[in-house]
Design a protein around this ligand. Sequence first.
Ligand code: UD1
Ligand code: UDP
Length: 386
Amino acid sequence: MPGIKLLNIVGARPQIIKSSAISRAIRKNFSGEIFEILLHTGQHYDREMSDVFFDELEIHRPDYNLGVGSAGHGRQTSLMITGIEEVLIKENPDCVILYGDTNSTLAGAVSASKLHFPVIHIEAGLRSFNKTMPEELNRIISDHSSTLLFAPTNAAFKNLMSEGFRPENSPPYTINNPKIYLTGDIMFDNALFFAKLAEKKKGELLNRLSIEKDNFVLVTIHRDMNTDETERLSDILVTLKSLAEEKQITHIMPLHPRTIISLKNRLPELYKDLSKSKYISIIPPVSYLEMILLEKQCRMIITDSGGVQKESHFFKKPCIVLRKETEWIELVTNGTARLVDADPVKIREEFLNFIDLHPGLEYPGFYGDGKTAEFILSEILLMFEK
Ligand code: UD1
Ligand code: UDP
């Protein structure tokens, strides 16, 4: 086969969505030059955590699905490493693309680098500086196994430099002589591309959820620190319930399955109370088009998600971040995102600060020009030019 054979590895919801930007750019600008194979580790498997995105976002269908599913970190990652290694040996791709910071990213980095396949890391350099987060270890190991590293923000690029990566490296690039780039964010490419398409679903979605523009708060919670520490989960949800009722504003909560499982097992009484509350609407995860519509239509966003934090900026909404720190530090410096941890006092303070519409807030373009995927693919092609 002429051209470059690229193995795209995804597994968790945000990676499936990210890969859509790369798939689309290959189809549009690089067909005949870059050939994509897609490996899904199966880390996420519920329809609304996986298939819905393939159906809706025209992503290259998985050529391989390892069907790994849920397990502890060790078992899950080791099953992925074994499965990815077999596919690498069979397919012998020119390079491997990894996204973000999940266990699927880590497994891809370990399998590919040990077999000497060049690793390309999209969303490189992000750091929370909290190594108790599983994602932080995944990021560091993936970056240090990579040959091309695409940092989406200035902060991420600086982090790579402070870990010894050198922007002045010249070709040929290898794991020992990697190249770092400052690019935009491929999720901004996606937001621009899909926001218009999503509009078609607006009337139906708002009707179905009985909500109106600017008259609801959008909430997502899924980080292990918030789902698996009962006190944190309780503090967050009790505080949000009381604020929702006090201000009489609906909170739409498309919750990750792990949050629902945790609520049912650890806090069954609170789960019942929330389900009865007029102003709390817990719903299953929504599709990406529905999610960006909710982000565009809501009054503000409360989340512990990395992706949703950024999307709050794309759609110019204030954001309360249910964490102590964030990798997307420019949002906090900009004043449009506030870190509240799981502290009821801070949640309340920032909620009251943001709940009234703030025309004064500004949302500068931190995340590129919407053509980041094209740039990344052209740099990959350059690496293989003879
Ligand atoms: C993973 C990533 C996290 C990312 C998130 C995106 C790691 C270590 N974490 O977290 O960085 O932000 O994906 O959503 O890779 N479950 C289901 N159905 C599914 C998938 C999961 O019910 O389709 C439940 C299972 O109970 C499972 C739990 O969610 O044990 C956690 O899933 P897992 O993939 O281990 O981690 P996430 O919390 O999804
Ligand atoms: N998302 C979605 N449906 C939902 C919740 C999130 O499509 O019900 C999208 C969201 O728009 C963003 C991505 O999933 O693009 C973020 O994934 P997640 O919050 O699971 O993980 P993180 O970004 O924190 O790793």
